[in-house]
Design a protein around this ligand. Structure first.
Ligand code: IMP
Ligand code: MG
Length: 205
């Protein structure tokens, strides 16, 4: 038989659990003039990275060259860090910085703000992108990598917005597909804010 204090504690416990659940599912944040709500929790991001890393390992394990992981700054900093921990072959990290977004929309023009930080002539390159949206950035990147003499380039992206992507470039490794909504967190920003968030948030319309 449950005694009164035990019943009381049971209900308090249930209430606290409900409160925790609300924190996880209903979390809202404000960056400048916009409010965002939790969309993809870190645990799901991490599982998706596990899966994509396994595919890359299957393709590159035992390779005799040293493939280049090209981190596209700033958006893919967090993804690159998480992905490289899971890769089991020898690789080199090189960075470049491209920009195209202002606020919540793309300008359509991709600018190379920082060139490649190492020579990639004759090397196999795996481009590590945070998100493929219109695809303008990866088209530009493929062009740059060809000009710089890469022997092969593959695209690996954490996120893909299939409804926005209209290019022919093959996306070799895609961790997650998402609707065509503006998101922040896990490296992605709104006017340079929100990159440090562990989870991914979507614009609350
Ligand atoms: P794309 O050139 O249109 O494919 O866009 C590529 C770049 O725009 C990504 O690497 C991101 O840096 C940025 N971007 C695209 N969609 C979003 C978004 O929803 N939130 C934040 N940045 C984004
Ligand atoms: Mg990017």
């Amino acid at each position: 038989m449950l005694k009164q204090p035990q019943i009381f504690l049971f209900f308090i416990n249930r209430l606290l659990n409900l409160y925790d659940f609300r924190q996880i599912t209903m979390n809202r944040i404000t960056l400048k003039d916009k409010t965002f709500k939790t969309s993809i929790p870190y645990e799901r991001i991490s599982e998706a990275i596990d899966a994509v890393a396994e595919k890359i390992n299957q393709d590159f394990n035992g390779c005799e060259d040293i493939p280049v992981l090209l981190c596209v700054l700033n958006g893919s900093i967090m993804f690159t860090a998480e992905l490289m921990k899971r890769l089991t072959f020898n690789c080199q990290v090189v960075s470049t910085k491209l920009t195209s977004y202002v606020g919540t929309s793309t300008t359509g023009t991709v600018k190379q703000a920082i060139g490649l930080t190492a020579d990639i002539t004759g090397r196999r390159v795996i481009v590590i992108e945070d998100i493929v949206d219109s695809g303008n950035t990866i088209v530009e990147l493929k062009k740059i990598l060809e000009e710089k003499g890469a022997s092969e380039s593959r695209i690996c992206t954490l996120l893909l917005k299939p409804d926005a992507y209209k290019k022919d470039v093959k996306l070799d490794y895609v961790a997650m597909e998402i609707p065509n909504d503006f998101i922040v967190g896990f490296g992605l920003d709104y006017d340079e804010l929100g990159r440090n968030l562990k989870d991914i948030y979507v614009l609350d319309k």
